[in-house]
Design a protein around this ligand. Structure first.
Ligand SMILES: Nc1ncnc2c1ncn2[C@@H]1O[C@H](COP(=O)(O)OP(=O)(O)OP(=O)(O)O)[C@@H](O)[C@H]1O
Ligand SMILES: [Mg+2]
Length: 446
């Protein structure tokens, strides 16, 4: 859209741009321009600054109120630097001085087009990322996982510190991502630090940064992960491995919201939400004196426990299908699924490596298979050797237990948490109910 109250100027610029291949709308007054702008989308508004009914800057503001992303280039009379400066301050995409240099105009438009394309691509990437890490993308039909996901939905909107616990491969990192991308911080960074991966001194400067010359090899100032995660989420993985001295420093950040770079005593603040994870036994570490109790209480404001896969076998079928689809697509293979025997073996197995092990198994089978139905031959020996018979029973009882657990949860919530009422409605004694609550980890400790 080209806006100018001088007809000759308008036609001069408009004619040039349409010859250059642009689709142009010519507007002789700002008011008319605005009216049209409200009705249809434009990629770029090129407007004169001085017009009788409204200034170009005012038009800029009004257009942005309609479409915050629209590019606006302001044309100012030669020599009026102030207008150019305020145009940029008011958020104009660019400005040009009159008389117009048409070559220059084309260059500026091209520049706008390219940066807009980048913005759009960036938005698309971000949306894809959000999509990929949506809570709904976490597979889990079992009662245990439904409870986990319910907790995730409740903590995500807050800034509460979350401690994720569970065996290796149970999905702690996946849940950390789901929390971040469901939180108001989703457009900020999600920064991960593995506390077990680095030696103590490096870990300290990784977390808190360092000044130039702070230690041998510190040739330049470096920001730490705490600073980089500002306005976002910091995910501290393997928190049980954090050395004592850094535990103290982390505790201080949590309490006072400030820290110093290594080699400096200037306090820095950073606005971060902290999520930590561990597969370790923190209680044991506290008893041994290698994990601070005060830090533990700061970190486990909300604890989410990811149950091992063998304790939620109801999730197996959906997970198998999920990974089957994922890796069939990735490998460009049209795979129908597993044969009966192969599927049975997968359903029987214990998965000491949890979901990650299952994921790797499915990927391996899909890569290896020459058939569109995967046979037991494509599975590793350990799985095929899991004995049948007793295992069918395990399978059945797992299903029954899952159902029983869900009925208990439902009955309890229908009874408003009153155990006698819940036991009544389930037709079991209160004592039996209490036993089952303990068995399923549903015990109310109040
Ligand atoms: N419920 C689930 N739905 C879909 N994918 C899952 C689920 N749980 C785990 N995964 C996948 O399994 C793999 C392992 O999960 P993740 O890395 O989150 O585990 P972890 O608990 O952090 O393990 P570790 O303690 O070894 O770091 C990942 O590829 C993850 O995407
Ligand atoms: Mg992990």
């Amino acid at each position: 859209m080209v806006v100018d109250d001088e007809r000759t100027q308008l036609e001069f610029v408009g004619g040039f741009l349409s010859k250059a291949g642009f689709e142009v709308a010519l507007m002789e007054s700002a008011a008319r321009a605005l009216e049209r702008f409200r009705k249809e989308p434009f990629d770029l508004v090129l407007t004169d600054q001085r017009m009788p009914d409204m200034s170009g800057l005012d038009l800029l503001k009004q257009c942005r109120a309609v479409d915050p992303e629209v590019a606006v280039i302001i044309m100012t009379a030669y020599g009026s630097i102030e207008t150019a400066v305020s145009a940029m301050k008011e958020g104009a995409t660019d400005y040009l001085t009159k008389p117009l240099n048409l070559e220059e105009l084309l260059l500026r438009i091209e520049r706008v087009r390219r940066s807009h394309q980048l913005v759009r691509e960036n938005t698309e990437l971000r949306e894809a990322l959000l999509e990929r890490h949506r809570i709904e993308g976490v597979i889990g039909e079992s009662g245990q996982m439904q409870e986990v996901l319910d907790l995730v939905r409740r903590v995500a909107p807050s800034d509460a510190t979350v401690l994720l616990r569970g065996e290796s491969g149970t999905g702690k990192e996946l849940i950390a991502k789901a929390i971040h991308y469901a939180s108001p911080r989703r457009n900020g960074p999600l920064v991960k630090v593995n506390c077990a991966a680095l030696p103590e001194t490096l870990l300290e400067s990784e977390l808190f940064g360092h000044e130039k010359g702070a230690f041998t090899g510190a040739f330049a100032m470096r920001k730490g992960r705490f600073e980089i995660a500002d306005k976002g989420t910091l995910f501290l993985d393997e928190i049980g491995d954090l050395p004592a001295h850094l535990q103290a420093k982390l505790l201080r950040v949590l309490q006072e919201k400030e820290f110093e770079r290594v080699g400096s005593n200037r306090a820095i603040t950073s606005d971060v939400r902290i999520i930590t994870a561990t597969h370790g036994d923190l209680e044991q570490l506290m008893r041994d004196g290698s994990f601070r109790e005060d830090l533990y209480y700061r970190l486990n404001v909300v604890t989410i426990i990811l149950p091992p896969l063998r304790e939620r076998r109801q999730d197996l079928p959906a997970l198998i299908d999920h990974f089957l689809r994922k890796f069939a697509e990735k490998n460009g293979k049209a795979i129908q699924g597993f044969s009966h025997e192969a599927r049975d073996a997968l359903l029987r197995y214990d998965y000491p490596g949890n979901v990650r092990e299952l994921e790797n198994l499915v990927e391996r089978a899909i890569v290896l298979t020459r058939d569109d139905v995967i046979q037991p031959g494509e599975l590793p020996l350990t799985i095929k050797e899991t004995r049948a018979g007793t295992d069918d029973q395990t399978n059945l009882s797992a299903v029954v237990e899952g159902m029983e657990r869900r009925m208990i949860v439902d009955a309890l919530s229908a009874a408003g948490g009153v155990q006698t009422k819940a036991a009544d409605s389930l037709g079991i004694s209160e004592r039996a109910l209490r036993y089952k609550l303990r068995k399923y980890g549903l015990r109310d400790d109040k």
